[in-house]
Design a protein around this ligand. Sequence first.
Ligand code: XMP
Length: 233
Amino acid sequence: MPERSLRVGELCEYPLRPFDRLDCAAAAHARRELRVRRRFPQPHRLPVHEDVEHILFTEAQIGAGIDRVAREVTAAYRGTGFTVVSVLKGSCVFASDLIRRIPIPLELAFVSASSYGSGVESGALEVNFFPAESEIRGRDLLLVDDILDTGRTLARLVDEMNRRGARSVRTCVFLDKPARRATSFVADFRVFEVEDLFVVGYGLDFAGHYRNLPYVGALKRECYERPRSSAGR
Ligand code: XMP
């Protein structure tokens, strides 16, 4: 869970309190933010997007979370080649940051799924394309997705990969929203648990927008209250 939320406009501009007046977790967060700000002074001075209610995970928190999961994945696959299968479009940002932290041999493939629904509710799932048969049959696959919500997408994709002859299939999600689960699906690796809010940024979209935000934020309710059709995950 996030150590704390930032209000709009606070991403880079909020004053950091002296470390000795913060609890341990907040002090560690503040130190990470300072390190990131020193390394990348300008890009991190972008204001928070006006449609974002508050930030749930900053870039520094995301980086630290992915470091941890990359170590877990590395330990699980050390000594065996494996293939990371990124579920498009949402997981492309996470998958590209994750694989660059895994120092053992791996291959990369993509699967594309679209859920056709309205607004923030996912609807019927359509798999647009799979990796080539040679990339699945007999391979150890790690399916990487942006968010585990009802669990229907990953449950379906795991079944399909097994049906197409994968040797093993495990799953890694950037966000896990257990409050919304409609299946018994459990991810093997996850970076953060998130409460039941509609979230955008770091690859996650609403109606195709906000994927390029470098942080994860809760979308303002007024942005999704009017039903719109969405596709393309
Ligand atoms: P299921 O329900 O199959 O859905 O686990 C996973 C897909 O639903 C989308 N999704 C979201 N996208 N913010 C988003 O931008 C959210 O809060 C959210 N919840 C679910 C997403 O495409 C995910 O892969």
